[in-house]
Design a protein around this ligand. Structure first.
Ligand SMILES: CC(C)(COP(=O)(O)OP(=O)(O)OC[C@H]1O[C@@H](n2cnc3c(N)ncnc32)[C@H](O)[C@@H]1OP(=O)(O)O)[C@@H](O)C(=O)NCCC(=O)NCCS
Length: 189
C-alpha cells in the first residue's frame, strides 16, 4: 500500500527523507542499540541511507512492514522510528536518546495500533524485547499489552540466535488499561 501518515496532538508519524539519515546514523551509535536491537552493528551511515531510500518504501509497497518516523507536529526533526510487520503483527520502536522520557513511543504505539486494528490489518499486535529491557517493557505495559511470558525471541537476533525475551500481546478487542502480571522489575521500575 501507499504509506499512510498518522497524527496526534504531539506527534506526526510520516515517511523518512534523505535528511533523516544523518540523525538516524548518529542515534544508532547508542550502545543500547547494539544490545537490544537487531540493527546492523557497527551501524554505518550507508545503513541509514539504505533503510530510508530502499527498505522502508519497498516494505510498504509489498505490504510487509509499515514503518514511520516520529516528528513533532511543527518540526521536521527526526525523533525515532516505529514499525509494524504485517504478517507477524510484531511492533518495534526506538527513540533517539535526546527524546526519551516524554512518552512519545506509547503515543506512537497507540496511533499505530488504532490504525492497524481499524484497517483490519491485524487482530493482534505482538511485542517483545530482550529480558532486561525495562524501558521497552514499560512502554508496552503502558499501552495495555498483556504480558505473555518469557521465552526464545520470535524474531532472530543479529547473530541468528533466539535469546530469552519478554513477550506481550495487544488484541483488537482489548481495552488499553495497564494489566497486571508483568515481571517485578518492570512493575516496580
Ligand atoms: C524503549 C524506548 C523507545 C522507550 O523510550 P520512552 O518512551 O521515551 O520511554 P522512557 O525512556 O521514558 O522509559 C520508559 C519507562 O522506562 C523507565 N526506564 C527507562 N530506562 C530504564 C532502565 N534502564 N531501568 C529501569 N527503568 C527504565 C523510565 O523511567 C520510564 O518509566 P515510566 O514508565 O514510569 O514512565 C527507549 O528507551 C529506546 O529507544 N531504547 C533503545 C531501543 C530499544 O530498546 N527499543 C525497544 C526494542 S524492543
Amino acid at each position: 500500500m501507499q504509506p499512510v501518515a498518522l497524527h496526534s496532538d504531539r506527534l506526526r508519524l510520516d515517511q523518512p527523507v534523505a535528511a533523516d539519515a544523518a540523525p538516524m546514523y548518529e542515534y544508532c551509535q547508542d550502545p543500547l542499540f547494539e544490545r537490544f536491537l537487531t540493527v546492523p552493528w557497527p551501524y554505518n551511515h550507508s545503513d541509514a541511507e539504505t533503510f530510508i531510500s530502499l527498505y522502508i518504501p519497498g516494505a510498504w509497497k509489498a505490504d510487509q512492514e509499515y514503518t514511520w518516523v516520529l516528528r513533532a507536529p511543527d518540526s521536521d526533526d527526526f525523533l525515532g522510528v516505529i514499525s509494524l510487520r504485517a504478517k507477524s503483527g510484531s511492533i518495534g520502536f526506538w527513540l533517539g536518546a535526546p527524546y526519551r522520557g516524554n512518552e512519545y513511543i506509547p503515543e506512537a504505539q497507540r496511533l499505530v495500533a488504532d490504525w492497524a486494528f481499524a484497517e483490519g490489518l491485524v487482530n493482534e499486535i505482538h511485542w517483545e524485547c530482550l529480558v532486561g529491557n525495562v524501558a521497552s517493557a514499560r512502554v508496552a505495559r503502558k499501552c495495555g499489552f498483556t504480558f505473555a511470558g518469557t521465552g526464545p525471541s520470535r524474531s532472530a537476533y543479529r547473530d541468528g540466535s533466539h535469546p530469552q525475551s519478554w513477550q506481550g500481546v495487544l488484541r483488537a478487542s482489548d481495552d488499553r488499561q495497564i494489566k497486571g502480571g508483568w515481571p517485578e522489575s518492570v512493575e516496580q521500575a
